[in-house]
Design a protein around this ligand. Structure first.
Ligand code: ANZ
Ligand code: ZN
Length: 835
């Protein structure tokens, strides 16, 4: 028996050979059909985690498989390298964000290489390098020139102590995460991308994405949120200054008879006018301005209002007066900044109505019996028919919406509109570690694009993070430049781009990365769209929507002729682990626990739920030491086994050990032996079924099924007596496992004396004849009643089947001497004798 499979040697050896030979280099001029396999690129946080390992292993198996099937495969890797964590590290550890990021990239690149991924490293990119973000600036300027970029005042979270803008996730319970100060809302001029121009197209495009998970398409559809709405005018009972009426916007005109009150935003002009001579109201308005801007904050914040004492007339009944409130949950930025509230069918309105003892009238009922069922703490937002609503009673919701809009339009007090939930994409971030927005502000010329010849606008290195705020803004020289248009002293934009911009086109840059332009259209189009994209469902909305938008925007300006960037999308499940707590309630890591006890102290631990691996619960397992101990192939095999890829995968020590043992079984099975002779038809069939079945499974990303088939085949080979068929099966097995356990496969391939690398070998052909079952079951009926079943060779002729049926004792008995009048034969299925 040969030595055991030595993963330490094999992993390093084959990784070096693949790299030396450029095995996974994707050639732009290959005559082969192309396949672009992409996993979402990682954020360089410092170390690879198990989620990465699972994600990249799946993509890798597909990429290697497609290569074996004759495709020129593009399978690249890069780094989503800008973002807040680098700045936080700079503040906490006094390292430059660039140094921190680049060191992390170097460490993670080494870890990925140790897993033996079939990546074209020559195309590696990092979004934090000028050769990438400079091209992004060029694209931004192109979109600016095309009118798809504009500037608008918009509210931000302002930390009055740190004097800085905070991202939504930096606002915790209404306070700045570092200063603890109450966060205020402030208006700032910011840059926006006109994603709403493409709202309809982004929605329509979803219909073509039949290789995307249904749930992701639904999430995108809801995010875009196209619906029928209505604007209408409320008449005030007395004027406020010159104002006698104001407009409201609703998506539920069908609930108009459930109206309980009207409400305006704190920064609505009417509120401002009233506050001018009302100190209480002015104080309330100030208080509202302090709430964060995140939708979630507004959703969860306590609903508060101020009764203006004014009333408005119900549009269908001038006698019916609704009180007018200033309310903290109404936003000035949305719709008209004013609403009519229907507490029975809107939770915010209901919370508010309960607090201020306002009427709650149900106007939608799920069934006739529910027409007068009272509403308690929960608004009813489901389907049903209209009740308590005069001329609308009995209508379905959509019908009632149309009826109200029709009346409003006929009477001239309102009109129907198509409304979108989708907002334009605000891309300005008041941060250092991002792509500088390539704009110069001139007092005379306004905002002017940086001339392309002066790109990239490079981030200055000499910045300090000693004090909060944006270092670009306080850098002594960086922002002072002359206006490119008139030459007068001017200022650079000091905001940087949202990092979602960086990830909106990296897949194009992977396909083509010339130094003098963002990409070459013809070359990029040869690779794109991405055939299979794999990543976490947490990116199901924003990243995918922005990438779809960016690609469309580039198409719109003629840069690329592709609308949908990702033909196939797969969202993988998470890697999970048990959680542990000490008797004191402190989270413990798996490496601190053994046999239900704390290793250091022997105290018992409480075993908690199996959850997504996360630092906060300490239930992570670092892939690094696991790769050392078990080798890349065992880790890869574990990632593919057992759980379907879309489900969660619980990590377990016994699981990885089992994988390691199976790898060694494969090693023994593929050991060269003296050739045997003789056929083993049964094993031949099993082998060819495995070849065909595994191919189908990998194409469908059903990796756990492919793994199960390999186990079955290995069992069958082990049980089979020596034969030429068995020898062939052992040799073929090497190619079947090559996409999953490539290091072992290369070693076994070389040991068999085969030519070249198994990575370059073709996927084995299967013989279709061997996929067919040899024998089939034939039902034999007499006068339509089942009387016997027979086994017949598959494809037997009608005559043969009829003769077999007539020869059956059971049939002879049931015919009892009667002469058959007619015999109906359905080949491979049935013989019916009519007597
Ligand atoms: C009456 C009504 C009755 C509403 C009902 C909802 C349910 P989406 O679907 O998210 O677009 N609204 C309108 N403008 C608002 C603003 N500036 N700030 C806060 N809320 C605003 O939300 C549309 C609904 O949100 C609108 O429809 C309006 O309340 C509210 F049973 O009008 B609705
Ligand atoms: Zn100028």
């Amino acid at each position: 028996m040969n030595a055991r499979f030595n993963h330490h040697k094999a992993d390093a050896h084959w990784q070096a050979i693949w790299e030396e030979r450029g095995t996974f280099h994707a050639s732009d001029d290959s005559p082969k059909p192309r396949s672009y396999v992409l996993e979402m690129f990682p954020y360089p946080s410092g170390r690879i985690h198990m989620g990465h390992v699972r994600n990249y292993t799946m993509g890798d198996v597909l990429a290697r498989f497609r290569r074996m099937r004759g495709y020129e495969v593009l399978h690249p890797m890069g780094w989503d390298a800008f973002g807040m964590p680098a700045e936080n590290a700079a503040m906490e550890k006094k390292v430059h964000p660039g140094d921190w990021t680049r060191a992390n990239i170097a460490a993670m690149r080494e870890q990925l290489k140790r897993l033996g991924f079939a990546l074209d490293w020559s195309r590696e990119l990092a979004t934090c390098e000028p050769d990438y973000y400079g091209q992004e600036q060029a694209l931004f300027l192109d979109l600016y020139a095309a009118g798809l970029v504009y500037r608008k005042e918009s509210a931000v979270n302002w930390d009055p102590v740190d004097m800085t803008v905070l991202a939504n996730e930096q606002v915790i319970d209404g306070r700045g995460w570092r200063s603890g100060a109450l966060v205020e809302r402030r208006k700032l001029s910011q840059w926006f991308l006109k994603i709403t121009d493409f709202a309809d197209d982004l929605l329509e495009g979803l219909k073509t994405l039949d290789q995307w998970p249904e749930k992701v398409r639904t999430m995108q559809e809801n995010w875009i949120g196209k619906s029928q709405g209505m604007r209408f005018t409320f008449q005030l009972d007395r004027p406020v200054g010159e104002t006698t009426s104001f407009d409201v916007f609703t998506t539920r005109p069908d609930t108009i008879f459930g109206a309980s009150f009207a409400a305006i935003a704190a920064d609505h002009p009417i509120a401002a006018a009233l506050a001018a001579d009302n100190a209480d109201l002015a104080a309330f308005v100030q208080e509202c301005k302090r709430t964060g801007t995140a939708a979630a904050d507004i959703e969860t914040a306590e609903k508060k209002g101020y009764d203006t004492g004014l009333t408005v007339a119900h549009p269908f009944d001038p006698e019916w007066r609704l009180p007018l409130f200033v309310a903290n949950f109404v936003l000035m930025e949305y719709g008209t900044g004013a609403i009519f509230a229907c507490p029975a069918h809107d939770q915010r309105d209901l919370d508010f109505a309960r607090k201020y003892a306002l009427p709650v009238t149900r106007v939608v009922a799920p069934s006739d019996e529910d027409a007068d069922t009272p509403i308690h703490d929960e608004a009813y937002t489901g389907p049903g028919r209209i009740v308590n609503s005069r001329f609308l009673d009995g209508m379905a919701i959509e019908e009632a919406k149309a009826a109200v809009i029709a009346r409003a339009e006929a009477e001239g007090w309102g009109q129907g509109t198509t409304v979108w939930r989708l907002r334009d994409w605000g891309v300005s971030r008041q941060r250092y570690w991002g792509t500088p927005i390539p704009i110069i502000h001139c007092d005379d010329c306004g905002p002017v694009g940086v001339p392309k010849g002066q790109l990239p606008v490079i981030l200055p290195e000499d910045v300090s993070f000693d004090i909060p705020g944006n270092p670009l803004d306080r850098h002594p020289t960086w922002k002072h430049v002359d206006c490119p248009s008139c030459g007068k002293p001017a200022r650079r934009e000091t905001d940087t781009l949202d990092t979602f911009v960086d990830s909106s086109w990296y897949f194009i840059r992977f396909a083509s990365a010339p130094s003098d332009q963002p990409f070459d259209k013809a070359i990029a189009e040869q690779w794109l769209p991405v055939g299979q994209y794999i990543g976490g469902v947490e990116h199901a909305i924003l990243h995918l929507l922005y990438a779809r938008f960016w690609t469309r925007a580039l198409k719109h300006i003629g840069k690329i002729d592709i609308a949908e960037p990702f033909t196939g999308l797969f969202t993988q499940g998470m890697v999970t682990h048990e959680t542990y707590k000490s008797p004191e309630g402190i989270w413990l890591g798996p490496d601190e626990v053994s046999d239900g006890k704390i290793i250091a102290t022997g105290e018992p631990v409480t075993v908690g739920r199996v959850e997504k691996m996360s630092k906060s619960k300490k239930n992570t397992v670092d892939p690094g030491p696991i790769i050392d101990q078990y080798g890349a192939d065992s880790v890869r095999w574990f990632m593919l086994s057992d759980s379907p890829p879309e489900r969660d995968l619980p990590w377990s020590e016994s699981g990885i050990e089992g994988c390691w043992r199976f790898i060694h079984r494969l090693w023994r099975l593929t050991e060269p032996a003296d050739p045997a002779t003789g056929e083993d038809k049964d094993l031949d069939r099993k082998l060819h079924r495995a070849i065909a079945g595994i191919a189908i499974d990998i194409e469908a990303l059903g990796f756990n099924r492919a793994v199960a088939k390999i186990h079955e085949l290995a069992n069958a080979i082990e049980k089979a007596p020596p034969s030429a068929s068995r020898d062939a099966a052992c040799r073929t097995l090497v190619r079947l496992v090559a996409p999953m356990v490539p290091h072992l496969a290369e070693d076994a391939w070389a040991r068999l004396g085969a030519d070249g690398l198994v990575a370059d070998a073709a996927w084995p052909d299967h013989d279709p004849a061997l996929l067919i079952d040899d024998e089939v079951t034939i039902a034999v009926q007499v006068n339509g009643k089942l009387r016997d079943t027979l086994m017949a060779p598959k494809g037997s002729s009608r005559d043969v089947l009829e003769a077999m049926a007539m020869a059956s004792d059971k049939i002879a008995r049931s015919l009892d001497g009667a002469v058959p009048r007619k015999v109906v034969v359905v080949p491979d299925r049935l013989v019916n004798i009519v007597a």
